[in-house]
Design a protein around this ligand. Sequence first.
Ligand SMILES: [Zn+2]
Length: 73
Amino acid sequence: MKTLAHAVKHSSAQEIINSRCPVCGKIIRISYEPGHKAAIIVVCLSCLSGMCLDGVSKVPPWVSELGNSFETV
Ligand SMILES: [Zn+2]
């Protein structure tokens, strides 16, 4: 999930909204948790594979349009 890990930190809303699970190809939920130790959590709604990125130093660009949590389409 290395490419997706980069994408969820740096992509715009338009770039990230069509992302799919690298394992099964279904939609995923991407959540940004702000705070002292901000994190991005990605989980597949079908196969439940996912990842948690700790120590996110910048608010991802997609948050301003999609909010702190969204599901891809
Ligand atoms: Zn999946």
